[in-house]
Design a protein around this ligand. Structure first.
Ligand code: NAD
Ligand code: GLY
Length: 385
């Protein structure tokens, strides 16, 4: 039986359900009809060839069996394809597939496919229904939930986009069996991020899963009942946390600076986005850059007298348990600090940093309150780690 988590936003038309379980892809057709309250006449899928090759047949036949006409478009694989060109291709695809506002779009893949597809769905005919079917750990616990959609531009990451909630999210944990180790590391880094800002319970649950994980991937472990039930609890708690934050602050209100503001989800992301940008979105997986970003924010918090040395060490250790991260040693910190200017978290001309004064105690600190030596020292820490 799939478990269900409800996202209840203040504007009730944008509330939706997440259905999570092993093997739920085979129910994709029935779930599509449930999410939309009827079976749409046409369903258009956006995926990439790799993910579609693994799961496309199962999802599309379920949707076909439920009575919809199906069409599929493939986007390129990787962060660099989350761009304007792919957006235009996707809109052309919707048009060629004759989609109307009563039809639906399904994003089948990781966060790249989900962000791009959601944005395309938000602007086509001023918005057509879309469903997220995330297949990476990162997209399951983070990007498929909360309605942030968008693309990268030459000026910076995710700078063009929309808040556009899906009609529903289908999470089949079995898809993680084929996820390569590097992508798992990236997903676990986002999980560590959510644990670090949520509180000791989620942090310790995440740490426990990382300790229990053996081998490079989850291919065999997810067949083990005890592990898969522990893992399912970890996923559900991660999702409940994300759901709680985005339900309370759907559009990341600029004026909010409290510890439940959606802004806290950007913990580790300020440096991460700059790292991704200076390496042209080709060197790091997004989650790997977040891993470095968590360590940087932890060191910075310590340098400002907010966080104890022991907590910084704990954060570094748990990030390292997520897996090996690509080195930052060859990257010039001056380029990284210059790239921060284009971060979308700039408000009233000032960047806002999410730092910690303890595990589960995020604080929002304006960039003006940081000094260069504290930032340089934090960068040195991540180079050395
Ligand atoms: P991704 O979408 O690039 O997927 C990673 C790789 O895994 C791809 O090569 C993909 O083809 C492959 N893959 C996907 N599922 C697979 C499976 N089950 N088995 C085998 N291979 C599989 O990367 P991601 O980490 O999922 O997402 C990163 C993106 O998410 C970034 O663009 C980031 O900005 C975005 N993001 C968005 C939000 C949000 O709130 N919208 C939050 C966090 C991250
Ligand atoms: N991943 C950040 C957010 O959803 O707000």
């Amino acid at each position: 039986m799939p478990k269900s988590i409800k996202i209840k936003t203040k504007s009730s038309p944008s509330s939706y359900e997440i259905r999570i379980g092993q093997g739920v892809l085979r129910n994709a057709g029935v779930l599509t009809a449930e999410f939309l309250g009827r079976m749409p006449e046409r369903v258009a899928f956006i995926s990439n060839r790799k993910v579609f090759g693994l799961y496309g047949a199962e999802v599309t036949s379920s949707v076909g069996d439920a009575g919809a006409l199906r069409s599929v478009s493939f986007m390129g694989e990787g962060e660099r394809f989350k761009n304007l060109r792919t957006l235009v291709d996707s809109l052309e695809f919707f048009s060629t597939a004759s989609l109307s506002r009563t039809d639906a779009v399904v994003a089948l893949g990781g966060g790249v496919v989900g962000d791009l597809t959601g944005f395309a769905a938000s602007v086509y005919l001023r918005g057509i229904p879309f469903i997220q079917v995330p297949t990476t750990l990162l997209s399951m616990i983070d990007s498929s939930v909360g309605g942030k959609t968008g693309i990268n531009t030459p000026f910076g990451k995710n700078l063009v986009g929309a808040f556009y909630q899906p009609k529903g999210v289908i999470i089949d944990t079995d898809t993680l069996k084929t996820l390569p180790p590097r992508e798992l590391t990236a997903g676990f880094c986002e999980a560590v991020k959510q644990g670090a800002i949520a509180g000791k319970e989620l942090f310790e649950l995440t740490e426990a899963i990382l300790r229990r994980r053996s081998g490079k991937d989850l291919r065999h472990q997810l067949d083990d009942r005890a592990f898969s039930s522990h893992f399912a609890e970890f996923l559900r708690e991660q999702l409940k946390f994300k759901a709680r934050i985005v339900s309370g602050d759907e559009k990341e209100a600029s004026e909010r600076t409290d510890a439940l503001s959606r802004k806290i989800l950007n913990f580790g992301h300020t440096l991460a986005h700059a790292l991704e940008k200076v390496t042209k979105f080709r060197y790091f997986r997004h989650g790997e850059a977040v891993g470095h970003g968590i360590k940087f924010a932890a060191s910075l918090s310590k340098n400002l007298g907010l966080l104890s040395k022991d907590e910084v060490t704990l954060l570094y250790d748990v990030v390292h348990m997520a897996g090996r991260l690509p080195a930052v040693a060859g990257i010039d910190p001056r380029d990284v600090f210059a790239a921060l200017k284009h971060d979308k978290k700039v408000i009233d001309g000032s960047l806002q940093w999410i730092l910690l004064k303890g595990i589960g105690e995020p604080v929002i600190v304006p960039h003006a309150e940081l000094d260069r030596p504290a930032m340089k020292a934090a960068f040195k820490d991540i180079v050395r780690s």
